[in-house]
Design a protein around this ligand. Structure first.
Ligand code: SAM
Length: 296
């Protein structure tokens, strides 16, 4: 039976309907699932974390290549289906778990080292999932994920484009992102409306790449504040960011002046907008804010 036939049969037998809110668009061609798994560049000793096992279309080719697979699935109906049918290979451990609530220390322990993640991700959790990876970047080696094309485009966007934003800059500071494969709607059941793209995200030490040490927490705060209102100037968004909040509330003028001086010290125009800044300039801003804040 084709994978498409098996998918429909499993859903029918278990009286399950694909749940839109969980982004359940299942892969229905074995060759495509194998090609997606191939993008993982999996080694025989690898322990892979698979997010969103679904009916197992991707799990099977991953399990053929890896030593072990730890699969996470949030849908209890799907977890029950696998328990009942016992249809996953012996080297797969299925956990009924939401990746957004998962404890990355525990996943690191199960992986016996930095996480190697494969996922065909629902659109609704793409951004929170990517932010979770960024938050735990030191525990992640790589993630090969299928995303809606518009989300993937944001990750590789260049400055001064509509797609360039918080995920682009935060990810660029700690990872390389390579689009590897585009998939048409006909690869899934049910069919989504738009194309999907498999991207390979490899994490690295941010300070080694930047060639300088900087406050990562402050950097993230600055990037988020700067993009909080895309049409506004850095002077306005970063003043509103409250970096000089130790000042009395009525001293907004002074806060604005200090913000202006700090942006200028980073050799950036206070009237510029966040979307025009590249990664280096965001790091320059971070260094300037660190210096100003530590000098009081
Ligand atoms: C696009 S389907 C992919 C299924 C399967 N891997 C495939 O390629 O056919 C996404 C899967 O992720 C599951 N899922 C959705 N949100 C999740 C979450 N927060 N944590 C874990 N799994 C989730 C869905 O129930 C669904 O099975």
């Amino acid at each position: 039976m084709t994978l498409y036939g098996e998918t429909r049969k499993s859903l029918r037998e278990e009286k399950l309907a694909p749940q839109k809110q969980l982004g359940q668009n299942f892969l229905v061609h074995k060759a495509t699932a194998a090609a997606v798994a191939g993008c993982g560049k999996i080694h025989p000793n690898d322990i892979i974390i698979e997010v969103g096992v679904g009916l197992g279309a991707l799990t099977l080719p991953i399990a053929e290549q890896a030593a072990q697979v730890v699969g996470l699935e949030v849908d209890s109906g799907i977890v029950r289906l696998h328990e009942k049918k016992n249809d996953l290979p012996d080297n797969v451990t299925l956990l009924h778990q939401d990746i957004l609530k998962a404890d990355f220390d525990e996943l690191y322990r199960l992986s016996k080292g930095p996480l190697k993640i494969m996922a065909n991700l629902p659109y609704s959790i793409s951004n929170p999932f990517l932010f979770k990876l960024i938050e735990h970047q030191e525990k992640v080696a790589w993630a090969t994920v299928m995303l809606q094309k518009e989300v993937a485009d944001r990750l590789t966007a260049t400055p001064s484009t509509k797609q360039y934003g918080i995920p682009t800059v935060l990810l660029k500071s700690c990872a390389t992102v390579k689009p590897l494969l585009t998939l048409k709607p006909a690869e899934f059941h049910p069919r989504p409306k738009i194309d999907s793209v498999v991207v390979r995200i490899e994490f690295y030490d941010p300070e080694k790449v930047a060639g300088r040490a900087y406050d990562r927490f402050l950097f993230q705060k600055i990037v988020r504040a700067a993009f909080s209102q895309r049409r506004k100037t850095l002077l306005n968004t970063l003043t509103a960011g409250g970096f000089f909040r130790t000042l009395s509330a009525d001293d907004k003028k002074l806060a604005k002046q200090l913000t202006c001086e700090t942006i200028t010290q980073a050799e950036i125009k206070p009237g510029a907008r966040a979307e025009t800044l590249d990664l280096e300039q965001f790091i320059d801003l971070t260094m300037a804010f660190s210096l100003k804040l530590s000098n009081g």
